[in-house]
Design a protein around this ligand. Structure first.
Ligand SMILES: CC(C)(COP(=O)(O)OP(=O)(O)OC[C@H]1O[C@@H](n2cnc3c(N)ncnc32)[C@H](O)[C@@H]1OP(=O)(O)O)[C@@H](O)C(=O)NCCC(=O)NCCS
Length: 190
């Protein structure tokens, strides 16, 4: 098992997540405000959630040279009035379709208890740096139509709106935003 940890000013990003995070992950994914925006859809059974969760863990058992996906749990570094516990509050992940792909796809979700506090912007920015370190030359984020908060995160971080939409297997449309690898190593906004 390979543990990967990243830090932002307020959060630890850790892959894999902990077994103890399962209940919180289930709670977040079962919240209609969250699952309505996600392709995995409504969580109808605990087994469905366990299936996704299990992948978060088994990804970290893959040999580094063969790894295509990292899902980082987000944990506050310090206890504060906004973040009263150091528990899991969401995740940010990157994945590549194939090992040789130079495009990384970003996904993220934050507990509604912590929305609007800049958690996603801060953590997605860190995950982008990580994706470029892993060899990505382009990062894509593709929120569903109507997911204004997610679009806002992409725009704040400097993603380019391609103006393109693609249908998903559920029939809904996703809007494509891209961020090419910066020429010189420079910090991504956020
Ligand atoms: C998208 C999501 C991760 C954002 O998390 P967050 O930690 O609240 O994000 P941030 O605080 O960094 O930024 C959110 C921005 O969207 C804005 N926003 C929130 N709801 C919005 C809405 N309905 N319309 C327009 N802007 C909105 C916020 O005001 C904020 O912008 P600001 O900093 O300029 O005020 C969170 O809403 C979420 O988990 N949604 C469900 C899962 C999801 O959509 N995942 C992304 C799939 S691509």
């Amino acid at each position: 098992m390979r543990v990967t940890q990243l830090k932002t000013s307020r959060f630890l990003l850790k892959s894999p997540v902990e077994e103890d995070d399962f209940d919180e992950i289930t709670k977040i994914k079962s919240d209609p405000k969250v699952y309505r925006t996600q392709l995995y859809g409504q969580i109808t059974t605990l087994e469905y959630c366990r299936f996704m969760f299990q992948h978060y863990i088994t990804d970290a058992r893959t040999l580094p040279a063969r790894r295509k996906r990292w899902v980082f749990g987000i944990y506050p570094l310090e206890i504060s009035p906004q973040f009263p516990k150091r528990k899991y509050i969401g995740n940010v992940g990157i994945s590549k379709k194939t090992l040789s792909s130079e495009t990384a796809h970003l996904f993220f979700e934050v507990s509604p208890d912590y929305w609007g506090l800049g958690v996603a912007t801060e953590c997605v920015s860190k995950a982008m740096e990580f994706a470029f370190q892993q060899g990505a030359r382009k990062i894509v984020v593709d929120p569903m139509h109507g997911n204004e908060a997610s679009k806002k995160v992409a725009i704040k971080l400097g993603f380019h709106d391609t103006g393109r939409s693609v249908p998903t297997y559920t029939g809904c449309l996703k809007h494509i935003y891209v961020f090419p690898k910066p020429k010189a190593t420079k910090k991504i906004a956020g």
